[in-house]
Write a protein that binds this ligand. Structure first.
Ligand code: HEC
Length: 218
């Protein structure tokens, strides 16, 4: 009897799951697919750190170049939806706990690295200065020791903080030199996605979602 009830309950659950509508919209987190791409780039071992995002930055190219069809589709979708997006990196050398000597040895890695422009700002303008994100980036790195990603708002931008973790022994091997005691799963860096909807996209959203005006009085 119990068994029959169990079977019929699981069948009912299966029917409910099958009937659930398929979500086609990107959801409330527009940068989640971009973060998947960036996390993927950190698995490869040809170049390291910010060079994984901007391989040509020392030649002055600070615009993210998609390297495959998935990355291209993600960037295109963000641009077409009117998002202005940049990526910054904060590594463990930025933590105040790291010795002053180390910070002097690696000044670039002690600060916020970036921005890498993922989509341009419409009509000009600049993404936030890296220094303005240092305190938030440090706080994110510390909190990733025990928690996951989160978003904050800053000067009209959303800043999505996402951990870049030591996923393999290879990551630990290299990075333990700067961070003794580093284990698999620990955060090595924080990816900061700074984004907003362009003014034009916000305007058109406001117009399409505005309530229809009442009919004129007779
Ligand atoms: C062969 C050594 C090596 C391996 C393996 C390696 N890294 Fe790195 N990583 C580096 C170096 C060197 C830099 C600094 C590059 C620069 O900015 O000049 C770096 C930079 C970084 C940064 C940027 C923050 C910072 O400290 O400057 C992150 C995040 C990062 N690595 C994550 C990872 C992850 C995750 C893995 C494993 C999937 C990994 N690394 C594997 C050598 C390595």
């Amino acid at each position: 009897m119990r068994l029959i009830m169990f079977v019929s309950l699981t069948t009912a659950a299966a029917v409910i799951i099958a009937a659930a509508p398929v979500r086609l919209d990107p959801g409330p987190d527009p940068i989640s697919r971009l973060d998947d791409c960036i996390q993927h780039r950190f698995l490869d071992a040809k170049v390291f750190g910010m060079r994984r995002i901007l391989p040509m930055q020392y030649h002055g190219i600070r615009v993210f170049q998609p390297e495959n069809a998935t990355e291209q589709a993600v960037v295109d979708q963000l641009r077409q939806s009117g998002y202005e997006v940049a990526l910054y990196l904060v590594g463990r050398h930025a933590l105040a706990a790291t010795s002053i000597t180390q910070q002097m040895l690696v000044p670039r890695r002690s600060g916020v690295q970036g921005p890498a422009s993922i989509t341009p700002i419409h009509g000009g303008g600049n993404f936030p200065q890296p220094d303005t994100l240092l305190v938030d980036g440090r706080r994110a790195l510390v909190s990733f020791q025990t928690g996951g990603g989160y978003d904050i708002r800053k000067a009209g931008w959303t800043v999505a903080m996402r951990p870049l973790r030591a996923g393999s022994p290879a990551c630990v091997e290299c990075h333990a030199a700067g961070t003794p005691g580093l284990k698999i799963g620990d955060p090595i860096g924080a990816a900061l996605y700074v984004y907003r909807l362009s003014t034009a996209a916000r305007e058109s959203e406001r117009v399409t979602s505005a309530p229809t005006s009442p009919p004129p009085p007779l």
